[in-house]
Design a protein around this ligand. Structure first.
Ligand SMILES: Nc1ncnc2c1ncn2[C@@H]1O[C@H](COP(=O)(O)OP(=O)(O)OP(=O)(O)O)[C@@H](O)[C@H]1O
Length: 515
């Protein structure tokens, strides 16, 4: 897996943040440097030192602590709880959980992914003067849908899908495999769905489905499909709606593109979407929306697809206004688009059609001067070894601002595309063991244990353990989990890591069924 040794990076055990105060668990890694920063945490690249897996790249996410230094964000615990429960080829793999007992800071160790969709799109926008090849688009979408179908089938909604959370593996056995990451905002959903207001923020504005923009209080799995559509739009089109300002603005951008294909005029109508009138913002926005002329950019002008093509048909089904009519992930996977050439493959990064240009995506920039404390006390490596993430070279919604290293040669030998039958088998094995039955989204679920009632039980247990019961509201509005509670949860999780996969939640499940 991963890129064990690209030559453009520095790092050795001497500059593993923290110096002499280095906690014991950190000694198993060489900390290379910071690769990213999100709202809730910093992400670092490290390499395993031990004999087994020596040199294997690991992404370590350190959760930011509250300003007063006490307690852990519920986001962290939620992410751990969910990731412990789920296993799928298209979902990022949590390999370990570490804790610094001194300050109760939490660290999650993940398999490292060399690329993400944000950087891939940006590379095409800024550096390559042609669009992403059809096979790659189809394979990325296929794998994303597989991951999403797995999540939805298991009653999980991600709620923060965006390009930087869609990882793509670098060289190695999993080269070109998509991994959905960042489950900090993810939730288990049940019928009846809880109002969103109980759950706080959702989805970066650029990827919001129209019902969310119009104030819908219930988040359904259909939102995920809408987000995929907007991501794909970004991939195959010019970055057309990249500078939205407010929700209404974002709606205008959506309606502009939907002229001619879903309904004329582009904005939704009560006839096509009857529950529209119940959406909280509809009454206040209706005048603006109906009075606006959306006539310049129809979808096929933006995506340059024939309205008769399967790709166009799938896109229009994914962007159906009414979430109840929108295509589900399971249905999308059955769409004709995936049955015609080029067929999708497990390695999305190899070219497949003769004449298609191979794109050598750059490796992640690593800021080797920043350690776990976020300070710059690491040994600065030689200039030739480092790509600094500090310089600014453009930005995209929901992504980060960074420079890129020089592309390195990639070995594409032996990277085969998967025939359709094999893809089906791959899909089934990668989802093996998840529960049966139908979820609230009406999606068929895979056979295996646990049965629906058990699944419901697991869901309830997860919910009750989701820390809402112990969250404290700080005066500044932040929810934190007090340190005492963190200790309890850490003892549930195990002293050092979760590698042993001991049964939790009182339900013992085989490794095949829960990962
Ligand atoms: N396993 C991983 N391997 C490689 N890079 C990763 C991995 N997980 C996350 N990253 C990268 O680290 C960066 C920060 O990720 P993180 O999930 O903390 O924040 P984010 O999703 O970008 O932002 P936000 O927290 O606001 O949602 C992103 O660029 C992401 O692509």
């Amino acid at each position: 897996m991963g890129d064990g040794g690209s030559g453009n990076r520095g790092g050795n055990s001497n500059n593993s943040g923290g110096g002499s105060n280095k906690p014991e668990w950190l000694q198993q890694y060489d900390l290379i440097g910071k690769i990213g920063e999100g709202t809730y945490g910093l992400v670092f690249l490290a390499r395993i030192k031990s004999q087994t897996n020596r040199g294997k790249s690991i992404a370590i996410k350190k959760f930011k602590q509250s300003k007063d230094g006490d307690g852990v964000s519920p986001t962290a615990i939620r992410e751990i709880m969910l990731l412990r429960e789920i296993t799928h080829e298209n979902v990022v793999k949590l390999v370990n959980v570490h804790i610094n007992h001194a300050d109760m800071s939490l660290y999650l160790a993940f398999d490292y992914a060399e690329h993400d969709l944000y950087e891939i799109i940006r590379h095409h926008r800024d550096k390559v003067n042609h669009s992403i090849n059809q096979y790659t688009v189809k394979s990325l979408l296929w794998q994303l849908l597989n991951g999403l179908n797995y999540l939805h089938s298991n009653w999980i909604i991600h709620r923060d899908l965006k390009p930087s959370n869609i990882l793509v593996m670098g060289e190695g056995e999993e080269h070109g495999v998509v991994k959905i990451a960042d489950f900090g905002l993810a939730r288990i959903y049940q019928a009846p769905l809880k109002p969103l207001s109980e759950n706080g923020v959702v989805v970066t504005i650029w990827y919001r489905a129209p019902e969310l923009l119009l104030g819908a209080k219930h988040y359904t799995s259909a939102v995920g499909l809408y987000i995929l559509y907007s991501l794909i739009l970004m991939i195959i089109s010019n970055p057309y709606w990249l500078i939205p300002l407010v929700q209404l603005d974002q709606l205008d951008k959506i309606f502009k593109v939907l002229v001619d294909i879903v309904t004329v005029p582009g904005h939704p109508t009560l006839e096509k979407w009857p529950s529209l009138a119940n959406l909280p913002h509809w009454q206040q926005d209706v005048q603006h929306i109906q009075g606006h002329k959306y006539d310049n950019n129809s979808l096929y002008n933006v995506v340059h697809l024939s309205p008769k093509s399967p790709a166009f048909d799938l896109l229009s089904k994914m962007l159906e206004y009414d979430p109840r009519k929108r295509i589900t992930a399971a249905q999308a996977l059955e769409h004709e688009y995936f049955k015609i050439e080029p067929q999708p493959g497990r390695n999305a990064l190899v070219p497949c059609q003769p004449g298609e240009t191979f794109v050598n995506y750059p490796t992640r920039p690593v800021d080797t001067t920043t350690d776990f404390e976020g300070t710059t006390n690491m040994q600065p490596p030689q200039p030739s070894q480092v790509t600094s993430g500090a310089a600014v070279s453009g930005s995209m919604p929901g992504g980060h601002v960074s420079n890129r290293s020089v592309p390195r040669p990639m070995n594409v030998v032996g990277m085969q595309r998967m025939p359709h039958q094999a893809m089906q088998a791959y899909n089934l094995t990668s989802q093996a063991g998840m529960g049966g039955g139908m979820n609230p989204g009406g999606m068929p679920m895979q056979r295996g244990v646990p049965q629906p009632h058990q699944q419901q039980q697991v869901t309830c247990l997860l919910e009750s353990l989701s820390l809402s019961c112990v969250e404290e509201k700080r005066p500044n509005g932040d929810a934190r989990i007090p340190s005492t509670e963190v200790k309890t949860y850490i003892s549930i999780l195990g002293p050092v890591g979760i590698a042993k996969k001991t049964p939790i939640f009182g339900i013992s499940r085989s490794p095949a069924s829960c990962g």
